[in-house]
Ligand binder design. Structure first.
Ligand code: ZN
Length: 171
């Protein structure tokens, strides 16, 4: 099932999500399937559960856009372990459609997370994958990429979004 994407302004995006404690259940498997489906439908390379309205520490990533099954990643209760180097590049978010900004991130990032069965694993990603690890983990702690840009640019986005809300064009 494809869930609609929750937009910037919804409080579910601003708070830390709950840890997942039950693994290997049919409910979790179905939810993960729905997350991938929702991410592909929205043409994203990553999706965090709060973005479809569930305050749980679950994110899915596929930087190949469904081209390469080996790129499908599930991060449950992820934590960033290591950040090395810097990269600067354009970043957007399915919850803030129509906007993109230059964001500085780590170039090589190691994440520790659990899989659908609850097994812990570590994975290191570079460039886009490193960016996705940071962006999606941020979501699970109530943080959006615009918290990494200048206050001036952030205010500009806020004001534009407020106008869209008033015009009924932000849903
Ligand atoms: Zn996002």
């Amino acid at each position: 099932m494809v869930y609609p994407i929750v937009k910037y302004g919804d409080p579910v995006l601003d708070r830390e999500a709950e840890d997942v404690t039950e693994f290997g259940t049919p409910e979790l498997d179905k939810f993960l399937e729905d997350m991938f489906e929702s991410m592909y439908a929205a043409k994203g390379v990553g999706l965090a559960a709060p973005q479809i309205g569930f305050a749980r520490k679950i994110a899915v990533i596929d930087i190949s856009n469904a081209e390469n099954p080996a790129d499908k990643l599930i991060l449950i209760n992820p934590k960033i372990l290591r950040v090395e180097g810097r990269q600067e590049g354009e970043e957007g978010c399915l919850s803030i459609p129509g906007f993109r900004e230059q964001v500085k991130r780590g170039k090589r990032v190691t994440v520790r997370a659990q899989d659908a069965k609850g097994e812990f694993f570590e994975k290191t990603g570079e460039d886009l994958l490193a960016r996705a690890f940071q962006h999606e983990t941020d979501h699970l702690y109530g943080k959006l990429y615009i918290s990494h840009i200048s206050p001036l640019k952030r205010d500009l986005i806020r004001r534009k979004v407020r106008k869209l809300v008033k015009a009924g064009e932000w849903k």
